[in-house]
Design a protein around this ligand. Structure first.
Ligand SMILES: Cc1ncc(COP(=O)(O)O)c(C=O)c1O
Length: 387
């Protein structure tokens, strides 16, 4: 049985050329630390700087605005907490945080920790469409009792694909004197990302969502935005992210980022055509419903299936060779319903009966047809068992 991978929002295979570009930095130049003064070190440094330029070019930023990190989880934490620390150092009265309740855990958890430590955090409801509206943000900022420091709203939701109106939201944040952090992990390569027009001050990215290696990411920090590093020590990344550079991974990210920045419109169109084909076929089945109703990115499909536990369906689909995601965390034997779907107004039962499919540019229509066949078979079986 051929396995079908439809979990590209979780991670996606490396693109051609990425591993080849990385290998010399793992095998041949293993001793070269990009901070070392000797020639091998300087060669590694040059490779890191070339990757920085490639990534900067892909998002139309300046190389000096890129901070390499261990992934988007770290980039999100740095983007959220770094500016807060810098503002605190200057004893700024701007302290409040405004955060989309449907963010990835990489934003939610540091924000929750700030709330526990006494900072005022306002959670923005994403509404039924899955992304907070401009009006919701405006109302939240107007009602705040202390001046806002930062607003965080992601570009493309990782569970539903819901698109936020980033430029308009960032404008509202700026009108209230706040910085704007945008997690663009799920958008990179699938939506035009031009930091000169996007409006955000901080943008987080991950390599492994665009065909680069796992364990490396970046935060784009608009020139002039003050940010204190969270890891301090060696002074790498201009003091914003200390720690020896992961040269091979950064080189791989550079190659993947360059490719991600090219042909975005046609990639998005091809990907959406495949996703739409899947959506049409699944929603034609009895008791299967779409979960995101608003504008969406091209690779995500989140569906709700009447009277079936998403987790049971996920496992049965896996047995049938189809790999998808439940969009929920399984911890200590208990399945937590998706916080994204709950924030959108679905109840726990609905959230628990939902699945995320995510395709990519190379997913073929035959794979989708085969997926739908297996899905129908598995669903019929589960419903019979439960009857
Ligand atoms: C929207 C979003 N933000 C952040 C992350 C974390 O990225 P990384 O795996 O690079 O830490 C992910 C990955 O699942 C994501 O989808």
């Amino acid at each position: 049985m051929k396995r079908i991978y439809l979990d590209h929002a979780a991670t996606t295979p490396m693109k051609a050329g990425v591993l080849d570009a990385m290998l010399p930095w793992m095998a041949d130049h293993v001793a070269a630390n990009a901070s070392s003064v000797h020639r091998s070190g300087q060669r590694a440094r040059a490779a890191v700087e070339e990757a920085r330029e490639r990534l900067a070019q892909a998002i139309h930023g300046a190389p000096g605005e890129i901070v390499f990190t261990s992934g988007a989880t770290e980039a999100d934490a740095l983007g959220l907490l770094g500016p807060l620390a810098a503002l605190e150092r200057t004893e700024s009265p701007r302290r409040a945080l405004v955060v989309n309740a449907a963010e990835h855990a990489a934003i939610l958890e540091p924000a929750k920790r700030e709330a526990h430590a006494g900072r005022h955090v306002h959670w923005l409801p994403p509404g039924q469409e899955g992304a907070p509206s401009v009006e919701t943000l405006e109302a939240a900022l107007t009602a705040l009792e202390e001046p806002p420091a930062l607003v965080a709203v992601m570009h493309t939701n990782n569970e539903t694909g819901a698109l936020a109106e980033v430029t308009a939201l960032a404008q509202v944040a700026h009108d209230h004197g706040a910085l704007f952090l945008c997690d663009a992990v799920q958008a990179f390569g699938y939506a035009p990302l031009d930091v000169t027009t996007l409006g955000a001050d901080l943008v987080s990215l991950s390599a492994h969502k665009v065909g680069g290696p796992q364990g490396v990411g970046a935060l784009w920090v608009r020139d002039g935005v003050a940010l204190d590093g969270l890891t301090i020590g060696g002074g790498q990344e201009r003091g914003k992210r200390a720690g020896t550079h992961a040269t091979a991974s950064i080189v791989g990210f550079g190659v993947a980022a360059e490719q991600a920045g090219q042909g975005v419109a046609s990639r998005a169109e091809r990907t959406a055509a495949v996703r739409d084909h899947l959506e049409r076929a699944l929603l034609a089945l009895p008791g299967v419903h779409g979960n995101a109703t608003g504008p969406r990115g091209p690779k995500h499909l989140n569906v709700r299936i009447d009277d079936v536990e998403g987790e049971a369906l996920l496992i049965a689909l896996d047995d049938a060779g189809v790999e998808v995601s439940a969009g929920s965390a399984c911890s200590a034997g208990s399945v937590e319903p998706s916080h994204v779907l709950l924030a959108m107004g679905f109840d726990k039962r609905e959230a628990r009966s939902s699945l995320r499919f995510s395709v990519h540019e190379d997913t073929r229509l035959e794979m989708i047809d085969e997926t739908v066949e297996r899905f129908e078979r598995v669903l019929g079986h589960l419903r019979n068992v439960q009857r």
